[in-house]
Design a protein around this ligand. Structure first.
Ligand code: APR
Length: 265
């Protein structure tokens, strides 16, 4: 009887060896890492953009033209959340988020740049994190960048910043909106220090998020891809494993801990 050969085992061992040898590994995650938490992705056959088309590229321009009007719409959507908003609000971290938090705990992953606004890396315990596209549970002043919890609908439209009186919007970065400078700065700093990058659940087609990962590869350091489907960067990766992140990240983390002689969780 032939043993069933696990198609990923050899790749998992190679990925784990690279992670264990790295001195400063960072991660770039995308919608795919939250797919097993029930949150839809954007591209691919069931993606939100695939189904409904991408939002207008001038979303931020529309907001800037009439922030009060924009907040009316936000309040209405908040009162009657659509399915996606309700899903994000109740979603929980999955095995992949927890595995990456564990890799941070044992000192292997030094920083995560996530494109997701769902807050699930925070909820899973990751501490060193840049939410480059913002976080859906926060508000942000567009003048001084001060962030605050988005707990209830503001009384005034648009709300004003307690620190500087500037206009406050949701922290989630809109199409056409500049990435907050503090996020860009941190991503640049972390990417500049990295000698390894692992990309989890992302098509890696959106700048500048993907550029920070590519810059590490372009300096000759290994890129590892963990993604359900092959992407445009698969061929440039030292290891590219194509299956669900929950199982793969759990197995990679267990393998890394084995190599580093870390006790199992
Ligand atoms: N495990 C691992 N990968 C998965 C899973 C899963 N369970 N399910 C889906 N994927 C992969 C898909 O194969 C796809 O390549 O996740 C990837 C998700 O890609 P996108 O939907 O393009 O999401 P993302 O890369 O995060 O998009 C980047 O685009 O529109 C912007 O702001 C939006 O932050 C988003 C950015």
């Amino acid at each position: 009887m032939t043993e069933s050969v696990d198609p990923h085992q050899e790749l998992i061992e190679r990925a784990a060896a690279i992670l264990a040898e790295s001195h400063y590994c960072i991660a770039l995650t995308g919608a795919g890492i939250s797919a097993e938490s029930g949150i839809p992705t954007f591209r691919g056959k069931d993606g939100l953009w695939t189904k409904h088309g991408e939002p207008p590229l001038n979303q931020y321009e529309q907001f800037s033209a009439d922030p009060a009007e924009w907040w009316q719409n936000v309040a209405e959507r908040r009162r009657h959340p659509d399915e996606l908003t309700a899903t994000i609000a109740t979603a929980q971290p999955n095995d992949a988020h927890y595995a990456m938090a564990e890799l941070e705990r044992i000192g292997v992953i030094k920083h995560i740049i996530t494109q997701n606004v769902d807050g699930l890396h925070r909820a899973a315990g990751t501490g060193s994190l840049t939410e480059i596209h913002g976080c859906s549970t926060l508000l942000r002043c567009i003048s001084c960048n001060t962030r605050s919890p988005f707990d209830e609908i503001p009384e005034l439209f648009p709300p004003r910043c307690d620190q500087c009186g500037g206009i406050v919007k949701t922290d989630t970065v809109m199409f056409g909106e500049p990435i907050p400078p503090d996020c860009l700065q941190r991503c640049y700093e972390e990417s500049s220090k990295a000698d390894c990058v692992i990309l989890v659940g992302t098509t890696a087609v959106v700048s500048p998020a993907a550029d920070f990962a590519f810059a590490i590869g372009q300096r000759g350091h290994p890129m590892i891809e963990v993604n359900l489907d092959p992407t445009i960067i698969s061929r440039y990766c030292a290891v590219a494993i194509h299956d669900k992140a929950g199982e793969l990240m759990s197995r990679i983390t267990a393998e890394v801990k084995d190599i580093l002689d870390e006790p199992p969780a």
